[in-house]
Design a protein around this ligand. Structure first.
Ligand code: ATP
Ligand code: MG
Length: 343
């Protein structure tokens, strides 16, 4: 189904969908996360779609040797969610490490994929190229199967994500299909084959023209100050052409900045570029800085208010973990039964 058709169906029947998405607690969320997936999550939640949001703490070590300041990053992620509009009354926010039964699904799921399939994953290859690890670990190759456990433990059928996650969604669909084929014994399907929902910015570029990424020093954090935002955009890469245009194919750096301003202004990027035109890179950066700061101002104010109430942040996770555990225990029981309790 195309993105537009899927989106229309979700709007028509939000009760038919259950969403799971998540992020790793490796640092503050940035505009790539926001326009790639978080904005969609909030929209779906407000439509009435059931929502699970995972703080993926067990996946931190996929591309690094140590998990720095894990507690701070977990709290920061929850603050980013709350500030963006995730509402714990309607969304279950939880962490891997608090839900053991979810992680146990990894074992049977690993038996359903081949080593060759794991090695072919293009996102894993890209992440290995940018990894901070001293040597590539087995976790780097197996975390997409862990993501299948993340999504399938609650039988989510819709996953709003950025483009980099599409190969992982394919792994999840494969795991679900093979599990059903092997263990459903002709009865009703045990797992759905979830669909990815891309946003209007499935791969937002950072200030260096590459994918905006926490780990690549090219991102604008949702919680950054207005000054930090201005400094980052001031240093952003542009190109030698004087006139500003929107041409993502041939001018990725300039077009990435134009798109950022356009998303914040909710306008067509071609019109934003046209307005700047002969003003060149300096005018472009001014527009981007003002648009981003204006767009994020209310979110940043909400974040600062929630940051003063750490007890509330802890309570959000406690309640979310409790709910996720009940669901994970039930799914694990079902899986064990289907497999003849071999695990
Ligand atoms: P990063 O990818 O920024 O280094 P991460 O690996 O910790 O951080 P992920 O867990 O990969 O974060 O991303 C969380 C979600 O945000 C995923 O759905 C991913 O597709 C989306 N996302 C991340 N970066 C971007 C981007 N630049 N543009 C669009 N979506 C993005
Ligand atoms: Mg990533």
């Amino acid at each position: 189904m195309s993105t537009a058709a899927l989106d229309a169906d979700v709007c028509r029947a939000p009760g038919d969908y259950r969403v799971l998405t998540g992020d790793r607690p490796t640092g503050p969320l940035h505009l790539g996360h926001y326009f790639g997936t978080l904005h969609n999550r909030v929209r779906l939640q407000n439509l009435g779609v059931e929502m699970f949001v995972l703080v993926a703490d067990y996946q931190v070590l996929t591309d690094r040797d140590v998990a720095d300041r894990l507690g701070d990053h977990v709290e920061g992620l929850v603050l980013d969610y709350l500030a963006a509009g995730i509402d714990p009354e309607h969304a279950t926010v939880f962490t891997h490490s608090a839900v053991p039964a979810l992680n146990q699904l990894l074992l049977p799921f690993l038996s359903l994929v081949t080593v060759a399939e794991l090695g072919r994953n293009p996102t894993v290859k890209d992440e290995i190229a940018h990894s901070r690890q001293s040597a590539v670990s087995g976790l780097m190759f197996t975390y997409p199967v862990h993501q299948a456990a993340d999504i399938l433990f609650c039988k989510a059928n819709l996953v709003p994500v950025g483009k980099d996650q599409l190969p992982h969604l394919e792994v999840t669909r494969t795991v679900a299909r093979r599990f059903n084929d092997r263990y459903a014994h002709g009865g009703p399907e045990i797992f759905p084959q979830p669909q990815a929902l891309l946003s209007a910015a499935p791969q937002l570029l950072g200030t260096d023209g590459g994918k905006m990424s926490k780990s690549r020093g090219n991102s604008i954090a949702l919680g950054a100050t207005e000054d930090e935002t201005a400094q980052l955009i001031k240093r952003a890469k542009t190109d030698a052409e004087r006139h500003i245009g929107y041409d993502p194919e041939n001018r990725p750096e300039v077009s990435g900045l134009v798109l950022l301003a356009a998303l914040c202004q909710d306008r067509d990027p071609r019109l934003v570029a046209e307005d700047i035109g002969a003003g060149g890179a300096a005018a472009l950066k001014k527009v981007v800085t003002e648009s981003v700061n204006e767009y994020l101002r209310p979110m940043r104010a909400r974040r600062a208010a929630y940051a003063k109430d750490r007890a509330y942040v802890r309570e959000v996770l406690r309640a979310g973990n409790e709910r996720a555990n009940a669901i994970a225990d039930a799914t694990l029981r079902e899986v064990r039964e289907a497999m003849g309790a071999a695990y």
